[in-house]
Design a protein around this ligand. Structure first.
Ligand SMILES: Cc1ncc(COP(=O)(O)O)c(C=O)c1O
Length: 375
C-alpha cells in the first residue's frame, strides 16, 4: 500500500528543490538583538518599529469568551475611542490580529455584485479577504494610477479600491494622493491597510493618509497593533455604520475568543507613551542605515523603514541570509510566494531599538556581503 501522506513528502520535496522551503527557528528577542542557538545577532527583521520600552502589567484572567459574549472588557471601549480619534473616524473595532481584521471586515463590507480594485502587491491577508467577500476582484498594476483609472470604468453596484499605505515587502509608499482622487471621482470607497505606516509616519504617527494630507479621503482604515505600536491585535476605523456592520457580520470577530484584555491594556499604555520620541529615533536610524547601504553600493528604492535588498534568485538570497546570520546580523530572505519568483530579497526593517553601534556593525557586515554576493 502506498503511504497515506506520500503526496505531502512529494510536495515538500518540490518546495525544497525550488529553494522555497521554510523552517522555524527559535530565538529570544531582546531590544535590538535576538539570540538564536546561543548566538547574539542584531535584529534587522523586527516589526516593533517604534521600539517603545516594554511595560510590565499585572496578569489578570486571560480569557472569558468572544467579545459578543462575555469577553468585551471595558478597556476595549477606551482603546477603540482613542483609535477612532487617531484616525479621525467615527468609530473603530479591535480584532485579535490585523490578518483577522482584513478577513472579517472586508467581506463584511463588500459582497457578490460589488467590484474590488486591488493593488497587485497587496498583502496575502487582503488577497484572501477579497476572495472571501465574493465580490469581483480586479488587480491593478502596482501603484499604477492609469491602470486603476482604466479598470475602474467597469460598472458595478459598489466599487472599492484597496491598497496598502507602505507596502510590506517593498517599503514603498502607495500613490495615495492620486488613488484617493480617482476613488472620489468614481464614487469608489477607499480602503487603506496601513499596517506598516500606522504609528510611524504622518503627524503624531497618524499614518500614511495623514502623511499625504488625504486622511479625510480614506473611507475605511485597517491596521495592526502588532507593528508600529509593538503590541498585539488589529483594528478597523471608519464611520459608525461600517463598524456596526463589521460587528454583525465579521466571522473572524464573532466566532473567536476576544483578544485578552491585558493586550488591550498593553496597547493603551504604548499608545499613551512618548511615541514621538521613538518616531524621531526611528527616523534617525532609518536615515543612517539607508545612507550607509547606498554608500556601499546597494540600490535601494525604499524611502521608509522597510528596506528590501533585491537579490533575484532564491538560492543566492538564502546564501546571503546565511552569510548575514554567520556574521551576527539577523534578516530574513523573502521568497516566493510572498514576493514574485526571481525577486527574492533580504527585507530589512529598522526599529528605534537599534543603537548607532548596531547599525554601524550591520553596515560593516553588509559591506562584506556586497563584495561577496553583489559584484
Ligand atoms: C499589509 C498587512 N496587513 C495586515 C497584516 C497582518 O497584521 P497582523 O500581523 O496584525 O496579523 C500584515 C502583516 O504583516 C501586513 O503586512
Amino acid at each position: 500500500m502506498k503511504p497515506k501522506f506520500g503526496f505531502v513528502d512529494s510536495e515538500l520535496e518540490q518546495i525544497k528543490q525550488n529553494h522555497l522551503y521554510r523552517k522555524l527557528r527559535y530565538g529570544t528577542v531582546n531590544g535590538s538583538t535576538i539570540t538564536i542557538q546561543g548566538k547574539n545577532l542584531v535584529n534587522l527583521c523586527s516589526n516593533d518599529y517604534l521600539g517603545i520600552p516594554t511595560t510590565s502589567l499585572k496578569i489578570k484572567q486571560m480569557q472569558s469568551s468572544s467579545r459578543l459574549v462575555s469577553g468585551n472588557d471595558e478597556l476595549y471601549k477606551t482603546l477603540e475611542r482613542k483609535l477612532a480619534r487617531h484616525k479621525s473616524q467615527q468609530a473603530s473595532l479591535i480584532y485579535p490580529t490585523g490578518y483577522m481584521t482584513n478577513l472579517g471586515a472586508i467581506p463584511a463590507i463588500a459582497k457578490k455584485g460589488d467590484l474590488i480594485l486591488s493593488d497587485e502587491l497587496n498583502h496575502a491577508s487582503i488577497i484572501e479577504s477579497c476572495k472571501l467577500s465574493g465580490a469581483k476582484i480586479i488587480i491593478y498594476k502596482h501603484n499604477d494610477t492609469e491602470d486603476l483609472q482604466r479598470k475602474l470604468k467597469q460598472k458595478s453596484r459598489n466599487k472599492f479600491v484597496i491598497t496598502e499605505g507602505i507596502f510590506s515587502m517593498d517599503g514603498d509608499f502607495s500613490n495615495l494622493k492620486e488613488i484617493t482622487e480617482i476613488a472620489q471621482k468614481t464614487n469608489s470607497i477607499t480602503i487603506l491597510d496601513d499596517a506598516h505606516g500606522d504609528f510611524v509616519v504622518g503627524k503624531d504617527g497618524k499614518g500614511t493618509g495623514n502623511y499625504f494630507g488625504v486622511g479625510k479621503k480614506i473611507d475605511v482604515y485597517i491596521s495592526s497593533l502588532s507593528k508600529g505600536l509593538g503590541s498585539f491585535g488589529g483594528y478597523i476605523a471608519s464611520q459608525k455604520n461600517v463598524i456596526d456592520l463589521s460587528i454583525n457580520k465579521s466571522k473572524s470577530f464573532i466566532y473567536t475568543s476576544a483578544l485578552p484584555s491585558i493586550l488591550v491594556e498593553y496597547s493603551l499604555r504604548r499608545f499613551e507613551s512618548n511615541r514621538e520620541k521613538q518616531r524621531k529615533k526611528l527616523q534617525e536610524n532609518k536615515k543612517l542605515l539607508l545612507a550607509g547601504l547606498r554608500e556601499i553600493g546597494y540600490t535601494i528604492n525604499s524611502q521608509t523603514h522597510i528596506i528590501p535588498i533585491i537579490i533575484g534568485d532564491e538560492k543566492t538570497a538564502m546564501d546571503f541570509g546565511r552569510y548575514l546570520f554567520q556574521n551576527g546580523v539577523y534578516a530574513q530572505p523573502i521568497r516566493y510566494p510572498t514576493v514574485p519568483k526571481n525577486k527574492a530579497r533580504i527585507r530589512l526593517s529598522v526599529t528605534a531599538w537599534l543603537t548607532r553601534k548596531d547599525i554601524e556593525y550591520s553596515l560593516d557586515v553588509f559591506d562584506r556581503a556586497y563584495k561577496r554576493f553583489m559584484k
